[in-house]
Ligand binder design. Structure first.
Ligand code: RNT
Ligand code: ZN
Length: 417
């Protein structure tokens, strides 16, 4: 692609950044290396491929009925490829176990095998994606209120078996793609009303996890995702942040930070530097909570900007896995991917262009007005010109012109579903 205006603007921006000690070319190189893990479940409102009437469960609520959701594996894949064509760089796809290629057969959760994900692995390879994975303990007759923390041995063992198999599948994915597959473990376990057995369920969960993680793998990495509460589980969540932080620090597992899973005034960005000290890596689920864990489409707001800045300030790109996790069924779903992904990338673009050397120099000298002033001025530096150039270099539509393109796909493809 060529675009003289975008190129000119970049040249000017580059000089402007050089004047505050920032190398824009280097920022572009670094952004190129950042892969997002795109969650497959925005294509179909977390329905999955087990049966025609799948719905999100476990306290997750998808609202909206916008036409055109993907109804089968072909449509899910086509939509992911379409969405990725507007997202500069090379990325990953995060699959849930419920999205296996089951070929119309009933494969229960304790029966899944790598074979059910073979076509996904091949599809990913053909399309330049790497895969990540998630066990699926919600939306199943045995999901109930408790899965891995269930005192009922039969139910608990069913879910232990499921999760062990998911790690096996992840290992095979990692081998196939010659790059570790991150397996995220999130369970909804909890209680609507007051429980008098908080410790008991957590002890059971700890034992289940120990059993699940007993097998060592080399091509997959475990991530454990905490949550504050779910709809219908307001009083107690077994897998709380304290629980998983403790478990992760003790057992060397990465903890997943879903930006919707904390009190709304709690800074998720501030957790990065602590986790880096005590856990091997970090997994992110970038989301946008509005009043609660509502999973709105990510936009370029302060929370996401601070999160990206903390990761760059800690020089931690190599230890942070950046996944997205939101689902909005009230708007065009492909548009939802593109808006959220590009917003996340823009946050990293800004972070990579931060005049950190100068800011740290001010701070080390106790020059706090100067630090504040430069932080403010950096906000209106021409980072947008650098971002546009990044899109151009990656042969991806610059700016808002993708809106018309997605409208066209809606008219020709998704609206006919
Ligand atoms: C739920 C968690 C979890 C899910 C997906 C579908 O609150 O965020 O990550 O969104 O597993
Ligand atoms: Zn999540």
């Amino acid at each position: 692609m060529k675009d003289v205006l975008v190129e000119k603007a970049y040249e000017v921006a580059k000089e402007r950044y050089a004047s505050i000690g920032v190398n824009a070319d280097k920022a572009l190189e670094d952004l190129q290396k950042i892969s997002l893990s795109l969650h497959c479940w925005q294509t179909d409102d977390v329905a999955g491929l087990e049966n025609a009437s799948g719905t999100a469960g476990g306290g997750c609520l998808v609202t909206g009925n916008y036409p055109g959701k993907a109804r089968n594996i072909e449509e899910i894949r086509a939509d992911l490829v379409k969405a990725a064509s507007y997202i500069p760089g090379s990325h990953r796809i995060s699959l849930h176990e419920s999205y296996g290629d089951f070929g119309g057969k009933k494969v229960d959760r304790n029966e899944c095998e790598p074979i059910h994900f073979k076509s996904w692995m091949e599809w990913a390879k053909q399309n330049g994606f790497k895969l990540d994975f998630n066990s699926t303990s919600f939306s199943h007759p045995l999901s109930g209120n408790l899965t891995l923390s269930n005192p009922d041995k039969k139910i608990r063992e069913f879910w232990i078996e499921h999760t062990k198999r998911c790690r096996w599948i992840s290992e095979e994915m990692g081998k196939f793609q010659n790059d570790p597959c991150v397996m995220n473990l999130w369970i909804h376990d909890g209680s609507k009303d007051t429980t008098v057995n908080r410790l008991y369920y957590r002890q059971i969960l700890e034992q289940s996890l120990d059993d699940i993680f007993a097998t060592k793998y080399d091509n997959m990495k475990d991530a454990i995702e905490a949550k504050l509460f779910g709809i219908g589980f307001e009083s107690y969540t077994v897998g709380s942040y304290d629980f998983y932080l403790g478990y992760g620090a003790k057992k060397g597992k990465m903890v997943t930070l879903d930006t919707g899973h904390f009190h709304l005034t709690e800074s998720v960005a501030d957790k990065i530097s602590s986790l880096l000290l005590f856990t091997p890596e970090i997994m992110l689920h970038v989301s946008r909570p509005i009043r609660w864990d509502s999973d709105h489409v990510v936009v370029l707001n302060d929370d996401v900007q601070e999160l990206a800045k903390e990761i760059i300030r800690c020089d931690a790109l190599g230890r942070v896995n950046i996944g997205l996790d939101y689902f909005d069924a009230t708007i065009n779903r492909i548009g939802a991917y593109v808006v959220g992904s590009r917003a996340t990338q823009k946050a990293f673009m800004q972070a990579l262009l931060e005049p950190i050397t100068q800011l740290r120099e001010y701070e080390s000298k106790g020059q706090f007005f100067e630090r504040l002033a430069l932080l403010e001025e950096a906000k209106s530096m021409p980072w947008g010109a650098v971002w546009d150039y990044f899109c151009l270099k990656n042969n991806v539509i610059v700016g808002e012109k993708y809106i018309a393109d997605i409208q066209k796909y809606e008219k020709e493809v998704t609206s006919k579903r």
